[in-house]
Design a protein around this ligand. Structure first.
Ligand SMILES: [Zn+2]
Length: 86
């Protein structure tokens, strides 16, 4: 967290926002892990928006194995990964 103090999702869009929490890129409820590669510093706004998309996905009854193909959640995953590789 201290090594990466900015919200990664905002940063991927060129916006500087302080991170306040450590977000699971792929939520545990969607099959994500606690592996450091699956964690991203995030601001509360991004965490809340992403959690809403995750709830929508879960409630829709879609198979969690295909979560990366969801257009909205896939966008979040790409933003997390983009900065991780930099
Ligand atoms: Zn953010």
């Amino acid at each position: 967290m201290t090594a990466e103090p900015l919200c990664r999702y905002h940063k991927a869009q060129g916006q500087i926002v302080a991170a306040t929490i450590l977000d699971h890129v792929v939520a545990l409820a969607l099959g994500g892990t606690n592996d450091p590669a699956n964690l991203a510093p995030a601001c509360l706004d991004c965490n809340t928006d992403k959690a809403r998309a995750e709830m929508r996905y879960l409630r829709s009854g879609h198979d969690v194995r295909f979560v990366r193909h969801d257009p909205e959640l896939g966008g979040w995953f790409r933003r997390a990964r983009k900065m991780h590789l930099d």
